[in-house]
Design a protein around this ligand. Structure first.
Ligand code: 5GP
Ligand code: ZN
Length: 108
């Protein structure tokens, strides 16, 4: 998707430091953090939103959660606690129409 912000980040068109990368997904810091630690976990394939994920992509969702777990450990928020949030659709506040998980934590 040529006009998708996250596709541009994934392709390198918008330079962004990746905290994690594998064949399926990338993770990077949110540009406007809503928590002391706010990281986005994003599949490389352009899927518009959670509602568009099909049964044969269920492994991807599981892998995204396991990556959240690993990054939480690395960012030292696993013990203090964190949230994983998915906004699905504009009505829920999804501004970027490319599936992503928010990993939020680091509160005192
Ligand atoms: P949504 O509201 O769609 O669930 O979340 C999209 C998130 O992407 C927002 O928290 C927003 O701050 C973040 N974001 C939007 N554009 C960029 C960008 O160009 N770079 C980074 N790192 N984050 C972005
Ligand atoms: Zn995209």
């Amino acid at each position: 998707m040529s006009d998708c912000t996250f596709c541009k980040i994934i392709s390198g068109e918008i330079p962004t430091e990746f905290l994690y990368q594998d064949e399926e997904m990338v993770a990077f810091r949110d540009i406007k953090p809503k928590a002391p630690v706010h990281i986005l976990i994003v599949p490389k394939r352009h899927i518009e939103k959670l509602q568009e994920v099909s049964d044969n992509e269920k492994d991807l969702l599981g892998q995204m959660l396991l990556v959240a777990q690993k990054i939480a450990e690395r960012e030292k928020i696993a013990e203090s606690g964190y949230k994983v949030v998915v906004n699905c659709g504009e009505g829920a506040g999804q501004l970027v129409p490319h599936l992503h998980f928010h990993l939020l934590g680091g509160w005192k």
